[in-house]
Design a protein around this ligand. Structure first.
Ligand SMILES: [Zn+2]
Ligand SMILES: [Zn+2]
Length: 476
């Protein structure tokens, strides 16, 4: 009983310290990659290190009976340089920046493009930052490079699992060799050493006595949950705008189907499955004639398949993706036994079309406003509550579209009708998936790229009212 109570107190203290760490990591404009915390309990102190991979915590150090050890820890911390304080060092900070810089504004990234060396300078604006402590913690910044041409740049910082076999740049290199259209133009890429490297050792003291007795391991990771090490990667690309910001339906329609085309070519020609289709990963740019062009972005979850379009890695226990757009059959209880397939991404594209269509444009008053709010409520149910509930809501899309729970404004009714057709065929395939028990593993449709009676890329393009520019120019 006593023990439980002690643990509770400690947990509360760690919680408070962790909340402080979240504030520090997310509130500093992308300049921090890890944070430190001290948890004092009675006469002992624990040192915790928080980063995108998790929490590492030292054994309690008694600062009365083991004062020399405690003092050594404090001295070690006081000698920290920027890197050890957790300042992200993938950039060079401007002259005169504080020891722990407040923002990345003015910081520079050096990269090679072909045989030339370039420098990009981060501008003030942050497009996007994940306000969570664990995970990729992606932050995307606008930048300029004097020598790289007329276009503005984006610099994306993300903390990629060190065990991931491909960098985003490697995936895009495979794709551009294929070649695959509608992909971002990459100017440079760099990866930093794994985040835990060297840093943790500075203050970590294994409890030598406990190790000798066999009640603790000298292994750092033994103090916490599995530590999946991460490395900061930096990707410099041309600046693109999110597709969802387009206000003309013809422009949205064209750019959207181009991203679907790019995704299909990526799968067919380069054996790469994107794996994380969301409204945040579909982008566009506008050429000198004012024509928009769709760009499929963000390859941090992409999978390089073999020639048989199989993922050779062990199956993931948890499928990753962006919640409102994840395929319904990746949610179910035994989803861990299901590989991610082409149809899952096509399903996500369908959800993106419905998500964006039902939010376009904001309605001001009367019945139109009520319809608009109802549609947003319907689609918000794809990412709130229990997984089971989200899955059920997605299976009922066609019902919602027919019964008036999901509206598009009258000016985009053509888009609504076509998306209704696509969603109808998609759901028919899913219904077949549930109908039968398959004795033969090989015949199991859930392992296939497409479901019997379901939709595919050709069906999608046939019913979608807008055409991609390069579809009309068939290569010989
Ligand atoms: Zn195309
Ligand atoms: Zn095309």
């Amino acid at each position: 009983m006593q023990k439980t109570k002690t643990r509770e107190t400690n947990t509360q203290l760690i919680d408070r310290s962790a909340r402080y760490a979240v504030e520090m990591l997310s509130g500093t404009g992308g300049t921090r990659v890890h944070a430190w915390g001290l948890t004092v309990e009675g006469s002992t102190v624990r040192v915790s290190r928080y980063d995108a991979s998790g929490v590492m915590q030292s054994y309690p150090i008694d600062f009365i009976s083991k004062f020399p050890r405690f003092a050594a820890t404090i001295v070690a911390i006081s000698l920290f340089d920027r890197e050890r304080w957790g300042v992200q060092i993938a950039v060079d900070y401007p002259e005169g920046a504080p020891f722990i810089p407040r923002s990345l504004s003015g910081a520079t990234v050096s990269f090679s493009h072909g045989s030339e060396k370039h420098v990009a300078t981060v501008e003030e604006s942050i497009f996007f930052q994940h306000k969570i402590m664990f995970g990729r913690c992606t932050s995307i910044h606008q930048a300029r490079g004097k020598t790289i041409g007329d276009y503005a740049l984006t610099i994306k910082f993300s903390q990629v699992t060190a065990s991931r076999p491909w960098t985003e740049k490697q995936i895009l290199d495979i794709a551009s060799a294929a070649p695959v259209p509608h992909l971002p133009e990459v100017y440079g890429c760099s990866s930093m050493p794994a985040m835990s490297k060297g840093v943790w050792g500075a203050v970590y003291f294994a409890d030598a006595a406990a190790v000798e007795q066999g009640t603790a391991s000298a292994d750092v990771s033994s103090t916490g949950a599995k530590y999946d090490d991460r490395a900061m990667t930096v990707l410099v690309t041309r600046l693109y705008q999110p597709l969802k910001s387009l206000t003309k339906v013809e422009e949205f329609g064209k750019a959207f189907i181009e991203t679907v085309h790019g995704h299909h070519e990526l799968y067919e020609k380069a054996n790469i499955l994107h794996g994380d289709i969301s409204h945040a990963n579909l982008m566009y740019w506008r050429d000198d004639q004012g024509v928009v062009h769709g760009i499929l972005n963000d390859f941090d979850s992409a999978i390089v398949l073999n020639a048989e379009k199989e993922d050779e890695r062990p199956l993931e226990l948890l499928h990753t993706g962006t919640l409102p757009f994840m395929a319904a059959d990746l949610f179910v209880d035994d989803a861990s036994g299901r590989p991610k397939r082409y149809r899952h991404d096509l399903e996500a594209f369908t959800y993106v079309a419905i998500w964006c269509g039902s939010r376009y444009p904001a309605q001001q008053s009367g019945q139109a406003l009520r319809n608009w709010e109802l549609s947003i409520e319907t689609t918000n149910a794809w990412c709130t509550g229990l997984f089971y509930h989200m899955c059920t809501e997605k299976k009922h899309i066609v019902w919602y579209m027919d019964a008036g729970g999901l509206f598009f404004t009258p000016e985009i009714s053509a888009l609504f009708r076509s998306v209704r057709m696509i969603a109808g065929r998609m759901c028919a395939g899913q219904a077949n998936l549930r109908k039968e028990k398959y004795k033969d593993e090989e015949a199991e449709p859930r392992f296939k790229a497409h479901l019997p009676g379901g939709f595919d890329y050709d069906f999608f393009c046939e019913w979608y009212p807008y055409k991609c520019q390069c579809c009309n120019v068939k290569s010989p």
